[in-house]
Design a binder for this molecule. Sequence first.
Ligand code: OGA
Ligand code: NI
Length: 263
Amino acid sequence: MEEKRKVKRDEVNPMGYYESEHTKNVRDWKEVFDFLIKDPTFLPASPELEDDEMRTLSNQWPENPPQFREVCQEYARELEKLGYKLLELIALSLGLPSNRFNGYFEDQLSRMRLNHYPPCPCPELALGVGRHKDAGALTIVTQDDVGGLQVKRKSDGVWVPVKPTSNALVINVGDIIQVWSNDAYESVEHRVVVNSERERFSIPIFFFPSHYVMVKPLEELVNEGNPPKYKPYNFGKFIAARNRSNFKKLEVQNIQISDFKII
Ligand code: OGA
Ligand code: NI
């Protein structure tokens, strides 16, 4: 706890240790440690469109355990390579050149998260992470053998467990792939349930593009018969709005891609 406290996140720097994140205004039963793949990176200071002030995001590393930083960074480097490979395959699957998405990640805001879900005395009253969709392009999750991750099956709304498989990774399509592909791909709704017996660890990496990327359906994929389903939105402003709502409980729902949907 002593070491965690030294790298605790605050309202200015959302990287480091944090134990009271909210998903959709409900506190999650978890603690997290977040770090950026590119350190430092820049982000709009506020979600207000007319405010062009920028903020520097930088990592906070604990001194203990001493090898922690190096291990995290080495793992992140390997997962970053895998992320690019998957993005290339998704581009090909949409009939696009394999490198179609690469330019969006030049100043990527991608981050890795270490999740720890402690045992919960009343697991039926809490969630490790409330239901949500990941805001980035793609998420790759490593989970231990405890289980708890569930995805919502669209046909009947049933929550289906994602069974831990050793040496396997879980890949989530995020909101941005949904928008880029104009709904050809759909971002998956998921949540994490907790249990009273065992703590659980998971390590997602969230692939986030550069802050100045305007996220919108790709021009090559839209036409008269398939018009764009979303208005363009600035990714940095979107994340700035999310950071605000993750830090404290707000009265309103946080920003969603459905806010940009053209009906
Ligand atoms: C998340 C998430 C899943 C897990 O952190 O966004 O969905 O298995 N985590 O911990
Ligand atoms: Ni998630």
